[in-house]
Write a protein that binds this ligand. Sequence first.
Ligand SMILES: CC(C)CC(=O)Nc1cccc(-c2cccc(CN)c2)c1
Length: 232
Amino acid sequence: ILRGSEARPHLKPYMASLQLDGQHVCGGFLIAPQWVLSAAHCIEETDGKLFQVLLGAHSLTEPEPHKRLYQVRAQFPHPGSNIHNNKDDLLLLQLEEKAELNSDVRVLPFQREDRDVAADTVCEVAGWGTTDHSGSRPDRLQQVERPVISRDVCNHRTRHDGTITHEMMCTDSRRKDTCKGDSGGPLVCGGVAEGVVTAGSRVCGNYKKPAIYTRIAPYAAWIDGVMASADG
Ligand SMILES: CC(C)CC(=O)Nc1cccc(-c2cccc(CN)c2)c1
């Protein structure tokens, strides 16, 4: 998160850190006791290894009362996701067991009505992604508020030039923005997860390249189907 601020500890109890060998790679969030939603492009550099999922954390390193690292039973990237574009950039992770829910570990509801969030709506996004252009990585969860911009503005020739589909949404990226390592985290508007951070142009803090999110509502049926089939 560029030019944000430290989140109030444990006030975003749905936040997950997807880790490999103890290193934060991407964000994610708890959508059900045994399921975390993130971004498919996060598995691009894992060469087949499974993530571990840290829940109940504010600091990535300090001991905290309800902090716990969960093993992942299975990872389900959306079948339409690919490395060439941002389409269908969603990843479902089934935890080895149901997470123990408490004051620091909680499920976040996601939007199921497929209707665009109005432009200028101020939403918030959090993550342990890089906080400056030299790639500094924070120990504690950061957050930032960002206004939604319309698909038409985001698709302007000088911005994302028509690549933003109905299944994506954008927020203004002038100065304050998401960045490397924030992928997979939720864009929360009015207490509901409306989008999942995607890397997009992999540029941060440049107003010409607004932040892109995968809208969740269009994928509600896919999410429910995977959870139902895997839970048995
Ligand atoms: C395996 C993955 C972690 C590789 C990756 O994602 N790299 C990378 C590099 C630079 C910027 C970003 C990035 C992320 C989230 C939002 C944005 C745009 N604001 C950029 C992402």
